[in-house]
Design a protein around this ligand. Structure first.
Ligand SMILES: [Zn+2]
Length: 183
């Protein structure tokens, strides 16, 4: 019973904390990994990509920028952060996302944690805009969400439609299909 109480309190404190990086300040400042952070990398709790992102955010974020985790999928890195922090992590005119992208040499998208399908699709496909989402049924009778990208934004889609669709499916657990709107 006592143990249970301790765990609850710890979790609550963690949620209330400001934006956190997965690597400690000491390591980010010195550029040398402490035993704790070294272990996080070894066990895969923190990936090399997440370490690189943390370094950039530590350098330019003045302690105000953090993220939850990052997923590398088909050459696009998706950074997951708190839902209300997406804009902050993208930065003015995409400044911060561009800095991360340069540092890791990959395209970067920022997505809010536990967001609904529409928000995730918007974040993943930005700067291309979505004209609508509706439910369609495949030949197999399976339900899918058809996400339509505005035709005029076809060139602004940040990657292959199939890759972006895979990312949206992974983040939402829904079956989706991304298309360029034909109207
Ligand atoms: Zn450390």
């Amino acid at each position: 019973m006592t143990l249970f109480t301790i765990i609850t309190v710890t979790t609550k404190e963690k949620e209330e904390e400001a934006m956190v990086l997965p690597i400690c300040d000491v390591c980010l400042k010195s550029g040398i990994l402490c035993q704790g952070c070294e272990n996080k990398l070894k066990t895969g709790e923190v990936t090399q990509t997440e370490l690189e992102i943390a370094k950039v955010l530590y350098r330019i974020g003045e302690g105000k920028l953090g993220f939850k985790r990052a997923i590398d999928l088909d050459g696009i890195v998706i950074i997951i952060t708190e839902a209300g922090e997406v804009g902050k992590l993208i930065g003015k005119g995409g400044k911060i996302v561009k800095a991360i992208s340069r540092a890791i040499g990959k395209k970067v998208r920022v997505v809010g944690e536990k967001s609904d399908l529409k928000s995730v699709a918007e974040d993943v496909l930005a700067p291309a805009r979505i004209s609508g989402i509706n439910i369609v049924f495949g030949k197999d009778g399976e339900e899918r969400f058809k996400i339509r990208v505005m035709r005029e934004d076809a060139r602004r889609v940040p990657g292959k439609l199939e890759t972006l669709n895979n990312i949206i499916e992974m983040l939402t657990g829904e079956k989706t299909v991304v298309v360029i709107d034909d109207t």
